[in-house]
Design a protein around this ligand. Sequence first.
Ligand code: ADP
Ligand code: MG
Length: 396
Amino acid sequence: MFNKQTLRDFDLQGKKVLLRVDFNVPLNSNLQITNDKRIRETLPTLNYLIEHGAKTIIVSHLGRPDGKVKPEFSLKPVAERLRELLKKPIILTDDVAGSDTFKYVRTMKDGDIIMMENVRFDPGEEANDPEFAKKLASLADIYCNDAFGTMHRAHASTTRVAEYLPSCAGLLVEKELQVLGGALENPERPFVVIVGGAKVKDKIGLISRLIEVADVVMIGGAMAYTFLRAQGHNVGKSVVEKDKIALARLLLEKAKTQNVKFVLPVDHVVTGEFSFSAEYIVTTTKKFPRTGIGMDIGPKTIKLFEHYISKAKTVFWNGPLGVSEFQRFATGTNEVAKALANSKAFTIVGGGDSAKAIEQLNLQSKINHVSTGGGAALKLIEGVSLPGLQAISEKL
Ligand code: ADP
Ligand code: MG
């Protein structure tokens, strides 16, 4: 499936490489980085470029400055962290492909790395403006996209720029595509899938596609309640997307015709109000209280999920199984994360909030692949083409 040019297809010695990365890391109110995974995951590509004598010009966005220069979205903290990680001086220029950037590019030596300011400071980025893309392209000889987390966006530095330079995928993008693509094409079976999170609406395509390839699909989180309603159960005042009940029914039927085991929660952690400190009871689906709100999967459901995970050869997980931002309703999510970590199966986690759960429990090293792309990973699995990927030249 991976037929795109990669860095390995180029002679990089002395070449200027415009490298698009996704350094859109979370910052706290003091502008300190709270999670640098996206920076660390790009190190193999950066080291490859250094070792092969390229002159690397890094392009990234951070947050949503909406085409204006806003100091709180400066890449300064990112540049600082990158210097620490690479143990190398890295200049952060003052502008986005402006005179300051061009000035530094002219003085670069083989193996040097510089970074320009937040590419979304320029309105041309999100507008996918060809003039802005040309300006970016004029800085370099080769364009490399390693911004997996941003591949589902058609912006100047993720798609348009590839029209003006020879293009390739970076090593992180290559790895993500191989793992996520490979799992779906030829998974070792049983292939068990767990989908949680907030909305059926966001994940219809994902679930529908997974039903086609998985042996077992297990659903938790808020979206389970729309499915339970589709089966005719009372779910009290839990989050239900009324306009998606019919669709949930179709997905249940699809699973049946495809002979896929579709597993919904059999018990729940139920409160009377949506709050972090709410009192709760544990109840079965059958006895769901009329005014209750389902906040997490219950202990029997955790056991059931663990059972299928223990039998799996491949597991894919996306989306928390309860309101995991609230400590007391994070049990289902945390226990499933641990079950994945302890499993002998090939384990893949995709999605922002599920990846966060893995990191909070410090289980990254026990999961085979934690994707750096939330939306991009889900779109890829769904089979929706990613503009950033499409833009890269195919292998000759
Ligand atoms: P991911 O980022 O991993 O793809 P989503 O963004 O789809 O996951 O879903 C995460 C959100 O789902 C969280 O904010 C969580 O609070 C919410 N959620 C999970 N279970 C419930 C529930 N039972 N009721 C309300 N919200 C829930
Ligand atoms: Mg999310």
